[in-house]
Design a protein around this ligand. Sequence first.
Ligand code: B1M
Length: 219
Amino acid sequence: MSEEQMESLRQALIGAKKEQGLEATQALLDDNVDPVVILQEGMASAMFTLGAMWTRGEVFLPEVVASATLFKMCNELVEPALLASGGEKIVAGRVILCTVKGDLHDLGKNMVGAMLKTAGFEVTDLGKDTPLDKILTAVRETSPDILGMSALLTTTVPQQKVVIEALKKEGLFDSIKVMVGGAPVTQEWADEIGADGFAPDAPEAVSRARALLGIEVAA
Ligand code: B1M
């Protein structure tokens, strides 16, 4: 039953079928499927498939925009359940999150933010297409524990390096941990630019954030 609904959710997102997507999401929540599983195995997985279809020319920009809009609507249903699953709220650390300048992709960043909040992190989301100055000001004024930067385009990934260089120049780098992610980002890239952490997906981003702050999780 749940696997059927999960497949229905994936197909709805790929085809931007609003009613089907919202119904399948609600059915999965009603079946008490873990919100993290809905987000990762249902929603993120569908967008990955859609990306491959886009590359092959099987869908076009307006269809991808429609799917992204539906993704946000489904996310609005899942996020309250995700946050409610977080249990006791002890501030684990403060995170500033953004998608870098020139990049409008924010679905993955939003998932990372929601999962960090669920894990007790206080998250300030600077949004997408975030200019360097806005990041530097936020770091200077709020001294977060972690700065997280998302980038989805091969043309915007280098901006993560630009930000790290600027943080170093401004003497802000050593007092925070910098974490990077996004589909084209790799551990090798993170190492190359001197980021403290990288995560391939949102659940792993939570683990990495905890590890960066030395937070041990009971087994
Ligand atoms: Co865009 N797009 N897009 N797009 N888009 C990609 C990225 C692309 C791979 C599609 C393709 O060609 N197959 C391609 C990039 C190619 C490249 O760079 N070489 C591409 C392109 C080309 C473009 C445009 C240039 C298209 C155009 O206009 N001609 C344009 C660029 C606009 C801009 O940013 N300036 C564009 C626009 C768009 C839409 C607006 C239509 C829409 C975004 C809507 C939105 O985000 N609000 C969109 C979408 C939806 C995609 C795909 C299909 C899906 C991305 C997504 O949301 N995935 C994407 C294909 C793909 O990625 N394979 C594609 C779901 C999301 C949950 O996953 O964001 O990867 P993701 O996040 C994951 C992990 O990466 C990780 O955790 C998340 C959850 O597990 N993660 C982090 C993310 N951030 C992290 C941060 C961390 C740690 C982990 O620490 C801080």
